[in-house]
Each structure stands twice: as C-alpha cells, then as structure tokens.
Ligand binder design. Sequence first.
Ligand code: NDP
Length: 326
Amino acid sequence: SKVWVLKKHFEGFPKTSDFELKKIELPNLKDGELLLESVFLSVDPYMRPYSRKDMKEGDIMIGTQVARIVESKNPAFTVGTFVVAGSGWRTHFISDGKGLQLLPSSWPESLPKSLALGTVGMPGLTAYFGLLEVCKVKIGDTVLVNAAAGAVGSVVGQLAKIGGCKVVGSAGSDDKVAYLKKIGFDEAFNYKTVKSLDEALRKASPDGYDCFFDNVGGEFTSIAINQMKKYGRIAICGGISQYNDTVPQKGPYVQIPMLFKELLMEGFIVTRWNNRWEEGQKALLKWVVEGKLKYHEHVTEGFENMPMAFIGMLKGENLGKAIVKV
Ligand code: NDP
C-alpha cells in the first residue's frame, strides 16, 4: 500500500515538504477481514486543525475515502462492493468491517460514487443538519453563507432555496460567483474584489440576515454579525480563514451586536447527528437524483498528488468538493 504520512507538523500554511509518501507491506487477510482499495479520497479543511490536535509526526494522514472491496474473508461484505471508510491517505488497507458504510441501496449507477464524500456525504450532511438544526431556517428567511462555492457552502445555499429562503453567498473568484448564480443563489459576490464587505452584504440584503451559516470566521464574521436581523441565528460551522494562522487574530469582538440583537450563535460538528446520517443522506440523494441539488467536483488525478490537492483546496482552487481520484 502507498500511504501519505505527516512528516512535519504544519507551521502556517501546509507545504508539500510536510508530507512523505511511503510504501508499506500489508499482511495476509485473517478471517473476518477485508482488503480495500481506495478509489476516491477526500481532502477536507478539518485535516488542517485536526492534524495538530489528533496526530503526531510520522502518522498516516487522517481522512475518508470511497473504497472498493478487493478481497473478503468477512461474509458480511462482498468483493466488488463500494464503501465509505475513514482509513486515512492510503491506496490499500485492511479492515475488519467495523465503521465501514455502504452506499445507500438507492444509489443510481449513473451517479459518481465520489459524491459520497461530498454533496451526499459528510459535507452535504453538515449543510443539512447545520441549516435544519442550528440555523432553524424557515420559509422567507434570508440566509447568508460564505465559502459558498465549496462542498458545504454550495449545498447550504441550495437547501435553503429548496426550503423557500432568499440566499446570499460569497466566494473567492468571479467564476465561483457565476456558478452560485447558476445554481440558484439570489445574490453572490466575490469577497476578494469587493471594495467593502460591509457594503456588499448590505447591498445583497438591505434588510439584513435571519441566518448566517459561517464557514470562514475571523473578520468576515465580525462584519456580518452587524447585519443580522433581530433574533438572527448564526451557525458556526468552520473558521477556515484562521486555520493557518501562527498567531491568533485579535478582535473586533462580537458581544455587542449579539446582545442588542438577541442573536443565537452556536458552534456545531456534524457528528452530533451521527444517528440521523441515513435520514440526511437519503434526503440529499433524493434531491440530487431529482435534479434539485446540483453538484460540482474538483477532481485531482493521482494518489501522489494528495498534498497538492489538499493545499490547493485550502487556497481556494476548488469549485465544489475537492476529491482525489487514485
Ligand atoms: P470547501 O470546499 O469550501 O473548500 C474550502 C474553501 O474555503 C476554499 O475553496 C476557499 O474558497 C475558502 N477559503 C479558504 N481560505 C479562506 C479565507 N481566508 N477566507 C474565506 N474563504 C476561504 O471546504 P468544505 O466545504 O469542506 O468546508 C467549508 C468549511 O466548513 C470549513 O471551514 C470546514 O472546516 C467546515 N466544516 C465543518 C464541519 C463541521 O462539522 N462543523 C464539517 C465539514 C466542514 P474561496 O475561493 O471562496 O475563498
């Protein structure tokens, strides 16, 4: 098996020299075990903060893949079946079957299986539960989402539209903005080229925002919070603008608008709804099949390009979900 190891903890922005490609020999299968081959691997923002929290130098990079079963000594799993596994950056691995997720049985043959890592996987479910359970969106709400052309953001906007909301999104290139308009966002702007973020938000929704699905954090959040409507809800989903900081950013602080507008702000991790995964996945899959939920994937070819794909995603090179095809 080929594996990518975290050679050196990231300092600031990850570099390709922080990773090392290694080969490891896999033992023969024991009874109850399976041999899996990764077909698609996911590169996700969480790998940046979690590498520091959960990994030591020399560990195999954490991550999720869609894998095909190539050998099985476990009667519950048939050779040729595709599963979602959380086995890190590896081309091949052995599993005892625990924690492997089969794709939903209603998965159409024509649909890319990589969607199980994006729109119909963890990022899609993050959008689904974040909107439903944290933002508590209702018909007629105005919803703001940043990193809107990414894996989570693009689903947030489209689900909010399905739910009868007005949707405003921001993203880091004009192509991404054009894509957001194409998939039904009411308003979209390029946060890198607007003269004033404050003005852009005001122009997109002069009456302010009922819900803010925050993927970015930092300065964006401090500015957006001032434009929340009274009793607005803010879902803190991610803080990608801060993941690569070596020195924590300082204020402005958010307490005053929180207080006078009586806002509700809640951080969440999607695994809180692990017991409702099936419900969410079924709903997302149905909307995709019906054409109500569009997807775009940014596919990098080649396992050897995983670090590049990861760094590219952190830099904003991806439109939609960043995926690596082995
Ligand atoms: P994306 O597909 O959105 O890729 C990351 C995007 O972030 C880039 O394409 C880039 O787009 C944007 N970005 C990078 N740096 C900055 C910056 N400094 N300011 C603004 N935008 C930036 O990734 P995901 O959809 O997978 O994740 C989006 C967010 O959701 C992340 O913060 C992630 O950590 C979080 N998340 C949280 C989960 C949870 O359970 N709470 C689960 C999954 C994801 P652009 O060109 O627009 O700058």
